[in-house]
Design a binder for this molecule. Structure first.
Ligand code: FES
Length: 107
């Protein structure tokens, strides 16, 4: 199902609750996470100073940038703690036939 811009990034079995995976979609680093059984895909780049978010701790639905501690809501991309001020992008995730697909949001 590589259609409508969705790109396969993982097998669903790779992403049980609590798991995360770094992937590249159209040359963009993306982090796919399973939080309480729901899959989310966010830019793996902090808007503060381009640090990678992927290894940052998760507090509920907030991921914390390991570099300077900015936080973002993985459901909306909104900044929840400085020093970042710009939101991150949240991408579309689909599951089909045991595979996980991501489509990048353009804005
Ligand atoms: S690079 Fe993420 S908080 Fe500075």
């Amino acid at each position: 199902m590589d259609q409508e811009g969705f790109v396969q990034v993982a097998q669903l079995a790779e992403l049980p609750a609590g798991a995360r995976k770094h992937v590249i979609v159209d040359e963009q680093p993306v982090l796919v996470l399973n939080v309480d059984g729901e899959l989310y895909a966010i830019d793996d780049v902090c808007t503060h100073d381009d640090g990678p978010l992927g290894d940052g701790p998760l507090c509920g639905y907030e991921i914390e940038c390991p570099r300077h501690g900015a936080r973002f809501d993985i459901r909306t991309g909104a900044v929840t703690r400085m020093p970042a001020v710009e939101p991150i992008r949240v991408h579309e995730v689909r599951v089909h036939d045991g595979k996980v697909y991501v489509r990048l949001r353009e804005d």
